[in-house]
Write a new protein. Structure first.
Length: 311
C-alpha cells in the first residue's frame, strides 16, 4: 500500500511565481500530524525557482509531497487538475500566500468525524475561520459554535462572513469542476463552484481558526490581488452571475431579491467586457426571473460598464 493511500486530507496549493512564500506554507504544514495528509502542489507555469524549492522541501519532508507543473492556465484549472490527483478524503485548498494554524488539520478531521456517519453523505464541507498575521479574526464568529446550512444562504444572510479556508469532500469536488474558457487564464471566483455544490449539500461551519490569511496589497502576484480590477476576470464574474440567476434564484427569490438584481446588473456589465451583448445573455439565462431581472438591470449594467472603461 502506498504512503498516500487512506489519507484523511490532501492539502492542495496552487502556485504561480510564489517561491518566496511557499516555505511559509511548508513550515505551517510541519505543524500538522504528518501521517494524515499529503501536500499537493500544482505549479501553474511558474518561471521562478518554484520547482527546485518544492523538490528540496520534499526531500526532507515527514509527509508526502507531490509536485506537478502545468502550462499557465489560472487557479481554476490548477484546481480541476488537483482534485483528480488528490488522495485524501477531504481536500483543503491552501493558497500559496497563506498558512495553516497549528493542529488545524486534526481539528477539522475531528469536526468532520463528529457528523454522524449516516448523515455525512449530506455534507460537502467543513468551514473554519481565518485569522490575520496578528491573530485577529477575519470576518466575524458564527452565531453558534457549530452551524449547518447551505453555502449561498449562509453567505447571503451574513452568517458566514470573511475569508474562510475551503475544506471539501474530494469526491464532491470531482463532480463540480470549475468552468474553463479556452484561451483565457483569468480568475474564476470560487463561489461559482461553492454555490452550486451548496444547492445539493450542507456545509458545517465551526468556530475554529484554521488558516492564517496574509494580506499582501503590494504583491501583484498574490491571489487576493488578481481580480481587483473590474475588467480583470470579467468572464468568471459573469459566469458566477449566471449561476446565481439560473440555479440559485429559483430557490431563493424573492428572498435576497437585491442580490439577484445585482447579479443581473453584473451579467450585463461583465458580459460587455467580454464582448457579449444583450441577446447572448437572454439566451444563456434560462429562468424567467433571471430574464426579467436582466431587463430591469440593463441600464445600470451598461452604465457600470462605461464607468469601468474610464478607470
Amino acid at each position: 500500500m502506498s504512503e498516500i493511500d487512506n489519507l484523511q486530507f490532501t492539502v492542495f496549493t496552487p502556485t504561480y511565481n510564489r517561491a518566496h512564500t511557499l516555505t511559509r506554507v511548508y513550515k505551517s504544514l510541519c505543524k500538522q500530524p504528518p501521517d494524515i495528509f499529503e501536500w499537493l502542489v500544482i505549479d501553474d507555469g511558474s518561471t521562478d525557482n518554484t520547482e527546485s524549492l518544492i523538490r528540496e522541501l520534499a526531500a526532507s519532508s515527514r509527509f508526502p509531497v507531490r509536485y506537478f507543473h502545468q502550462p499557465n492556465g489560472g487557479k481554476h484549472r490548477a484546481h480541476n487538475e488537483a482534485v483528480q490527483l488528490a488522495c485524501g478524503v477531504l481536500t483543503v485548498i491552501l493558497d500559496s500566500d497563506d498558512e495553516l494554524t497549528e493542529g488545524a488539520l486534526l481539528a477539522l478531521w475531528q469536526e468532520w468525524q463528529a457528523i454522524p456517519f449516516e448523515k455525512r453523505h449530506r455534507y460537502s464541507s467543513i468551514i473554519g475561520h481565518s485569522v490575520d498575521d496578528k491573530g485577529c479574526l477575519v470576518g466575524k464568529p458564527y452565531p453558534r459554535p457549530c452551524m449547518d446550512g447551505h453555502y449561498f444562504e449562509l453567505s447571503a444572510t451574513g452568517a458566514m462572513c470573511g475569508e474562510k479556508l475551503p475544506c471539501y469532500r474530494t469526491d464532491v469536488l470531482r463532480r463540480f469542476p470549475f468552468p474553463e474558457l479556452p484561451g483565457s487564464t483569468d480568475y474564476v471566483p470560487e463561489s461559482v463552484v461553492w454555490a452550486e455544490i451548496g444547492i445539493r449539500f450542507l456545509t458545517r461551519c465551526v468556530n475554529i481558526s484554521v488558516r492564517v490569511y496574509h494580506r499582501e496589497p503590494g504583491d501583484e502576484s498574490a491571489i487576493m490581488n488578481l481580480h481587483k480590477s473590474p475588467k480583470k476576470g470579467a468572464w468568471g464574474k459573469m459566469t458566477y452571475s449566471h449561476v446565481l440567476l439560473n440555479k440559485i434564484a429559483p430557490i431563493y427569490f424573492p428572498r435576497f431579491a437585491l442580490m439577484f438584481l445585482k447579479a443581473a446588473i453584473n451579467t450585463t456589465r461583465y458580459g460587455l467586457h467580454c464582448g457579449y451583448g444583450f441577446q447572448y445573455q437572454m439566451q444563456n439565462i434560462s429562468t424567467l426571473i433571471g430574464k426579467l431581472l436582466l431587463v430591469v438591470g440593463l441600464p445600470a449594467g451598461v452604465a457600470l460598464y462605461f464607468k469601468d472603461l474610464r478607470t
